[in-house]
Design a binder for this molecule. Structure first.
Ligand SMILES: [Zn+2]
Ligand SMILES: [Zn+2]
Length: 275
């Protein structure tokens, strides 16, 4: 599958693709590159440079250069069209790159280099989850009564966001100051507002604003959650986070506003299916 904003930010890449290595691929020492993986490889090397037929017909033409993640070492791997007809594209694994079955295999473009790598599913998900900490949500909550515009100075070394508190206030009013996941979740009364204490959560996290042309700080994209549900959507185990996300998008169709699918949303949080 194609990298989303989370993965491109993580690897500082322009584009990329990933999939799970199957036991069969490992045993056969070959990966069939499909969909976006194939697209990236063909665009990078040029379709005309791919050898059709066995490697031994032209070993120099079959050999392609990759940059190994994360060492940056240059390695050679063979890529060919093994069959006389059709566009099945095959990458041969060898000692310098032979990920085991179950690992996440990935390719990405950074500058003029095509990087290749593999890591465990746990490492993959943990890295994605790191990108979506979105500490700004809680800052937002604290600042909500302070002024009409909220300036978040910097998100790590990234951009400055100005947020409209009316967006969060409108979302909270719309929710009736209840948890949008489940309106029976128990809430305490905020000493400052006299309303139930709920937190504003951006379904598509504000951290990814640079990757979207539309503003992410909109009423539909902001959900009011009880503190427990809010922590859970960021930090819970995969299945719990997915259940919450699924439930939230079931309440209103936010994804089509931003032209992304459910698994793309999961990928932003590091809880996607990796196929
Ligand atoms: Zn949040
Ligand atoms: Zn809740």
């Amino acid at each position: 599958m194609q990298f989303g904003p989370n993965q491109n930010r993580r690897f500082k890449s322009a584009d990329g693709a990933y999939s799970t290595v199957t036991a069969r691929e490992y045993d056969d020492s070959q990966i069939t590159l499909t969909d976006h993986e194939a697209r990236i490889v063909l665009d990078h090397f040029g379709e005309a440079s791919i050898l059709r037929g066995a490697v031994k017909l032209d070993p120099d033409m079959a050999a392609k250069e990759f940059t190994l993640y994360s060492t940056g070492e240059t390695i050679g791997l063979n890529i060919i069209y093994p069959k006389a007809e059709g566009n099945e594209l095959r990458l041969y694994l060898r000692r310098n790159f032979k990920p085991e079955g179950g690992l996440v295999f990935f390719l990405f473009l950074q500058g003029d280099k095509l990087w290749i790598g593999a890591m465990t599913e746990a490492e993959w998900r943990a890295g994605s989850a790191d990108m979506v900490r979105d500490d700004s949500d809680s800052t937002y909550q604290e600042a909500i009564l302070e002024s009409s515009k909220i300036k978040i100075a910097t998100l790590k070394e990234r951009d400055i966001y100005v947020r409209d508190r009316m967006v969060a206030l409108t979302s909270m009013e719309n929710s009736g100051y209840l948890c949008e996941l489940n309106n029976t979740h128990e809430l305490f009364i905020s000493r400052r507002t006299g309303n139930h204490y709920v937190e504003a959560h951006h379904l598509i996290p504000m951290a990814f604003q640079p990757e979207f042309s539309e503003s992410l700080d909109t009423v539909p994209n902001v959900y009011c959650l009880c503190p427990n549900c809010h922590r859970a959507v960021h930090y819970a185990q995969k299945e719990t986070t997915r259940t919450i996300l699924e439930n939230l998008i079931g309440k209103r169709d936010v994804l089509s506003d931003f032209n992304i699918g459910v698994n793309d949303l999961y990928a932003l949080y590091g809880v996607e299916d990796i196929v």
